[in-house]
Write a protein that binds this ligand. Structure first.
Ligand code: FAD
Length: 416
């Protein structure tokens, strides 16, 4: 059987795989990417976080993305009936980027992958990983290419960025159920012919239909808009069985968007994803790391998926380089604990969203600008900034503050 040798094998050419491979290639590493599908390909996850801009910048991918003129996302709007709450990233606590993009992933990921290829990385599309075996930290990966040919790739290190494919979690029995509530989603794209001018037309919005059910509107710069509904699986299953009719029904339940989208034609038959949250027992091992969705996924409500994908990819690449340079790496501390710290912050925000506590804080009037700035930093992806009490004390602050407000108190009485 044919056999290739590389330093690092990256599985998957999504944002995670592209950031890891670009960074490694920039540092002279022999890296190869194998990608099951043919690009451009559809994947969900179209709203990004400012924090991820740092990852594209460090990987040398930012300019290629800028050239595509994707829709700028400078904040996010949440609507509940007649109440509105807008987070403007330029008003966030602490340092960091104050904008990012909202973009169709087929174009976005294709742009990343083409730039990675331009940098000289060998990206093999329509090539699927079938099996991986490890001897110490060395590995042999069996793949099948588009001609049906099976061959092996030897690597000193594997970065598993296979997203929902979750290649190593499946092969090494690392899967673990998530502790986030079982939610499901239905989504599609529409041609947004009724788009109004100005910010209203292009603002990314999350419309709360019920405490645990929300509808997303993500307008793209190509004139199309992504629409989706998310809620407890039991709620989603009570909608009509046909995903098109189910999404139509969700639109009907949105007072804000009913007129704009009820009769709009769907560009493709809506997709339904059931119980999407997942986790792993460990996100690294001898000779490999899991990045992005391969390591787990919480919930789409705060658009954190791609940001974690690129954060973990960049860190994997940096730690591989550190180890290759002869410096010791404590993978548990420097990789696993670090990623978990960020995941835990978002996990609290996701859970407190669905309890309604976070919504109490979002919509409380009068707004407390200091509290808002600090929550805004979390929503921008700055979940490792321990100077932010809404990061450092995430497990207590939202619950306690919501309790105070629900019992007639004021945020000003609250000492963080
Ligand atoms: P992916 O982008 O999924 O890429 C993985 C790649 O690996 C794929 O191209 C796949 O073809 C390839 N692959 C799989 N198996 C194999 C194999 N055996 N061999 C070779 N290649 C393989 N995130 C956000 O940031 N913002 C959002 O607004 C958002 N909305 C979401 C809405 C819903 C309903 C859901 C379920 C998720 C959402 N997400 C969102 C999460 C987002 O989809 C993921 O976090 C993100 O795509 C992860 O990127 P990745 O690079 O890890 O994997």
């Amino acid at each position: 059987m044919k056999k290739e040798e590389v330093d690092v094998l990256v599985i998957g050419a999504g944002p995670s795989g592209c950031v890891a491979s670009a960074y490694l290639s920039n540092h002279g590493v022999r890296v190869k990417v194998v990608e099951k599908s043919k690009f451009p390909r559809f994947v969900i996850g179209e709203s990004f976080l400012p924090r991820s801009m740092e990852h594209y910048e460090e990987a040398g991918l930012l300019e290629a993305l800028k050239a595509k003129n994707f829709e700028i996302k400078a904040g996010a709007r949440f609507i509940r009936g007649k109440e509105t709450c807008f987070f403007d990233f330029s008003n966030k606590f602490g340092e960091g980027w104050d904008w990012t993009w909202q973009a169709p992933r087929a174009d976005f990921d294709h742009t990343l992958a083409q730039e990675v290829i331009r940098k000289g990385v060998d990206v093999e599309f329509e090539t699927e990983v079938l099996d991986v075996s490890f001897k110490g930290t060395d590995s042999v990966t069996t793949v099948r290419n588009k001609d049906g040919e099976t061959y092996e790739i030897g690597a000193k290190f594997i970065i598993d960025s296979s997203g929902y494919g979750r290649v190593l979690p499946r092969l090494l029995d690392l899967d673990m159920p998530s502790d986030v509530t079982e939610n499901s989603a239905i989504f599609t794209h529409v041609k947004d012919d009724g788009r109004v001018g100005g910010d209203e037309g292009t603002l990314i919005t999350f419309d709360i239909l019920e405490t645990q059910v929300w509808f997303w509107v993500i307008p793209f710069s190509n004139g199309n808009t992504s629409l989706g509904v998310v809620g407890p699986t039991k709620y989603i299953e009570k909608l009509p069985e046909d995903p098109g009719e189910a999404l139509r029904e969700a639109i009907r339940r949105s007072d804000y968007y009913r007129d704009r989208y009820l009769n709009t034609e769907f560009i493709f038959k809506p997709h339904r994803i059931k119980n999407y949250s997942c986790s792993v027992k460990q996100n690294y091992g001898p000779g490999f790391t899991l990045t992005g969705n391969s390591a787990g996924f919480l919930d789409p409500v705060f658009s954190s998926g791609v940001c974690f994908a690129t954060e973990s990819a960049l860190l994997s690449a940096k730690l591989f380089l550190k180890e290759r340079a002869g410096e010791p790496v404590n993978w548990e501390k420097e990789y696993s604990d670090y990623i978990k710290r960020g995941v835990n912050v978002f996990s609290t925000y996701v859970k407190e969203w669905y309890t309604g506590n976070l919504q109490t804080l979002f919509f409380h009037q009068p707004e407390n600008p200091d509290v808002k700035r600090k929550i805004c930093a979390v929503l921008a992806g700055y979940v490792w900034n321990e100077e932010n009490p809404f990061v450092q004390k995430h497990d207590r602050v939202i619950k306690s503050m919501a309790y105070l407000l629900q019992n007639g108190g004021s945020v000003d009485e609250f000492h963080i």
